[in-house]
Design a protein around this ligand. Sequence first.
Ligand code: NAP
Length: 367
Amino acid sequence: MCPEKVKVGVLGATGAVGQRFVQLLQGHPWFELTALCSSERTAGKRYGEACNWLIGGAVPTHLRDVVLQECVPGPECDIMFSALPGDQATTIEKEFAAAGYAVCSNASSHRYDPDIPLLIPEVNPEHMGLIDVQKRNRGWSGFITTNPNCSTTHLVSALHPLHVRFGIQKVFVATMQAISGAGYPGVASMDILDNVVPYIGGEEEKMEQKEPHKLLGKFNGAKIEYANLVVSAHCNRVPVLDGHLEVVSIEFAQKPTQEEIIQAWRDYKPLPQQLELPSAPQPAVIYLDEPNRPQPRLDRMAGTIPGMATTAGRLRPDPLFDYKFVLLGHNTVRGAAGGSLLNAELLLAHGYLGQVAATWAGAFELA
Ligand code: NAP
């Protein structure tokens, strides 16, 4: 018999990322969307009326008349996906975790808290162990997990299979980030059309000092020991709607051949792909041989689960470091809502989501 679906809600359901959650949760085999929450400005209104639908298609018919709730604990669900602005997420997510919800957050507020996991299921699933530390530290019945910033997600997804085989010591990355990464209305059209903005507040610090190091770090049973690599990042906003392109140069501890790097990407089959989690793309990293790919318009929805894979290409020797290549990933799918969704699937498969979820966890053969 199929176990009952796990009830989930979305905080910030009217925003750019919130809409992606709503879209990705339609027909999800494990999760049922039962609560849509937003700010005081729109709470009490019907979703179809309050939401400026931005992502193609239309507001799902059965959700149009659902009344938006305020972001306070109470909705009947086990998981709360958070697409709140960082400043609002700080308090609201803690209130939900204290009230017993599993909060899967996109916001940056808690990414760097020592007892809160920053997860990419392919990269560091063992960091889920921090949830027990967090619950003990804070006395919460629920917990918070986070996923990284959209540009870090795709960078680290491409680097991970190389780091585990050859050890990465230095990374230089220049990003060309889509305007949907700034939410809606985001960057004014007068600022971005016919232009490139060579600054995205806080983005370079996240990539250079915090996120790759935590993600590639080791969980020692009590905390994460950050990975020892040097990252230099230049972050730019470009007039592309969706999809972040990144050009990357890397230096290894043990320099592989070009063929060995491509083989490492092609052999990569981490835990979510082994478990065949519903949102796990097969493969996680796609390497394209064409000399002019990946490109945002052509490749942002690549993969078996559209928008969930990272695409790499143009691997070649680098006169400064060892090698350079290009990568591309969808920022609001894998880089935001889809990343949280895959985290929730991983948590459910590992029995972290309470009673209902325990029946699902039994379906997996996990060590
Ligand atoms: P957004 O379009 O501005 O949406 C913000 C959402 O939060 C709306 O639903 C809004 O509701 C709600 N909200 C605003 N103030 C609130 C308050 N005081 N209390 C409760 N709800 C409130 O932003 P976004 O681009 O979706 O980003 C959401 C989060 O995801 C941010 O933390 C962002 O950094 C992160 N993120 C975004 C991306 C991306 O590519 N866009 C990628 C990764 C991570 P109303 O409609 O009622 O105002």
